[in-house]
Design a protein around this ligand. Structure first.
Ligand code: AMP
Length: 521
């Protein structure tokens, strides 16, 4: 059996690592770059290109360059977040086959999972080139707050990339593992993970090689992308004022300003004022090339993004409350994700947690390192030291829709996983031969306020007076945070397992889906 790798499949960047000769090694590409943009560009030669080459295309052909697919993965067409992405992206976002979400590039449709599969293939190849052998197994990380649909779609992406997904691991948990594994620590840590697309906070107890997540909370639509769109909106206002043109609906201009906003943000992290210059941003009706030029200082930029930073602390307080802990009980705040390099974020974390954040881990690599350690643990159980214990929790409550459209919780959020819960359903009318069960995830009191994971119908029930047929339905959440359902009907005693069809973007069940190494285009 070859080496099992860990992949941090990020919204903006991805990173791949494996434990080699007892040490985690982050694999670099031929140019020595240790992370890769999670960008897939089409129409550039015959095959799709991924990573740094794809990023170059973003500037001159943003409409055929897919960025931030992770913000779409596992979501349903029409969801609020999807509508926001539609307004921001230069590439098309639409409804594909069977109503599932798809991106449209040069007339072709791809599911977000297919786009992510391209990124995974790219990361797998980098590992294979470095190791000199083929790789078939991986631990893949996801934001802790990802729901079942998003996790299933990520698993589908792995299968399409020809990878056996050993575990779907939560990003903050992976970071804590990398920070604490084999270091004999005994402490409570909060992992503050602000990446390109998502924000997560997890509170963990580390006791030597025992890692227990006590509570987690998050926002799967709050990350560096939002900082960039906030600044790009300001640039757009200024550009429109400078030129007297209203270009707010022009997607290409928007994407170029977003790119400039990201560069400005990273430059501002290093200190000093920043010159923003986008030559030839737009060709006016008379053929004249219009460029955008301005200067931004940190104070101004911080004002634009302060509401986003503040939002992360609402989420932190929610997690602390769920953990039943106060800020004083947190020994260290680990900073994870590229956005934690931004000074305002560090200062605000210091003020909120009343202690300087721990910046000893590399925020770009620590998640992949944790995933690699877990991959090693899972494939080396017989080796001494290969047995750290990792207890995670389910980030969102699991429930079923009841009469009146309410959501009855069966497994509350922050329950340790794996876990299961059983509910008995009764027939409501005489001779009823089927029951329809809707499974949802989230904290809303009404089912419609939550994410519908799927619906299933249990048919073939014996015809009996109402209430006499009972069906025991068991809901299970596995170590990947994925939901499984099985049911036994009391009259016929038949057990059946039910697959919840992910309704949010897994293009197909892994076993049915096509595998590819690279899609020809
Ligand atoms: P991640 O998803 O962890 O790779 O984080 C990516 C996000 O971090 C993107 O929004 C980047 O623009 C942002 N980022 C990376 N480096 C820096 C930096 N030095 N200063 C500010 N933001 C950064």
């Amino acid at each position: 059996m070859g080496v099992a790798i860990g992949i941090d499949l990020g919204t903006s960047n991805s990173c791949v690592c494996a434990v080699v000769d007892g040490e985690p090694v982050v694999f670099a590409d031929k140019e020595g770059r240790r992370t890769q943009p999670s960008i897939v560009a089409f129409g550039y030669g015959k095959s799709a290109v991924v990573g740094w080459r794809a990023r170059r295309q973003l500037l001159y052909a943003p409409e055929s360059t897919v960025i931030s697919a992770k913000r779409l993965i596992g979501r349903r067409a029409g969801a609020e977040e999807v509508e926001r992405m539609k307004a921001q992206c230069a590439y098309g976002i639409t409804e594909g086959e069977g109503g599932e979400l798809a991106v449209r590039v040069q007339g072709k449709l791809f599911t977000p999972a297919e786009i992510s599969a391209h990124v995974l293939v790219h990361m797998k190849k980098i590992a294979e080139e470095a190791l000199g052998e083929s790789v078939t197994q991986a631990v893949i990380t996801v934001p802790a707050y990802f729901n079942d649909n998003q996790r299933q779609a990520t698993r589908s992406a792995a299968a399409m990339a020809g990878l056996e997904c050993l575990r779907i691991l939560n990003e903050p948990t992976a970071a804590a593992l990398a920070y604490g594994f084999n270091k004999g620590k005994r402490q409570h840590v909060a992992v503050y993970d602000l990446g390109g697309g998502t924000f997560d906070i997890s509170i963990l107890r580390i006791d030597d090689d025992f890692f227990e997540v006590i509570a987690t909370s998050g926002d799967t639509f709050l990350g560096g992308d939002d900082f960039d769109y906030a600044a790009a909106d300001q640039f757009m206002e200024l550009f429109c004022a400078q030129t007297g043109l209203d270009l707010r609906a022009n997607r290409t201009v928007r994407m170029k300003l977003r790119e400039a906003a990201e560069r400005a943000k990273v430059a501002l992290s290093g200190g000093g004022d920043v010159e923003v210059s986008v030559p030839a941003l737009h060709r006016a009706a008379g053929g004249q090339e219009l460029g955008f030029h301005t200067t931004v200082d940190r104070f101004t930029y911080d004002q634009w993004v302060l509401p986003l930073v503040s939002r992360t602390f609402d989420v932190c307080d929610d997690a602390l409350k769920a953990a039943g802990m106060s800020i004083r009980q947190i020994d260290h705040v680990l900073m994870v994700g590229g956005m934690t390099r931004y000074p305002l974020v560090r200062e605000a974390v210091r003020d909120h947690f009343r202690k300087p954040p721990n910046t000893t881990v590399n925020p770009d690599e620590v998640v992949a390192i944790g995933a690699a350690i877990q991959a090693w643990n899972l494939t080396n159980t017989e080796v001494e030291g290969g047995g750290s214990v990792l207890l995670d929790v389910t980030p969102q409550s699991l429930g079923v829709r009841t009469l009146g459209g309410f959501c009855e919780t069966l497994i509350p959020r922050n329950t340790a996983i794996p876990t299961e819960s059983t509910k008995v359903f009764h027939t409501a009318v005489d001779n009823q031969t089927e029951v329809r069960i809707s499974v949802c995830q989230g904290e809303g009191r009404m089912a419609d306020d939550n994410e519908l994971l799927g619906e299933f119908v249990l048919g073939g029930l014996a015809e009996k007076p109402r209430g006499q047929v009972r069906v025991r339905v068991t809901f299970e959440i596995d170590t990947d945070g994925i939901v499984h359902v099985r049911a036994i009907d009391s009259v016929l005693g038949l057990e059946r397992s039910i697959r919840i069809e992910s309704s949010g973007g897994a293009s197909a069940a892994p076993e049915q889906s096509h595998r590819f190494d690279d899609i020809d285009f």
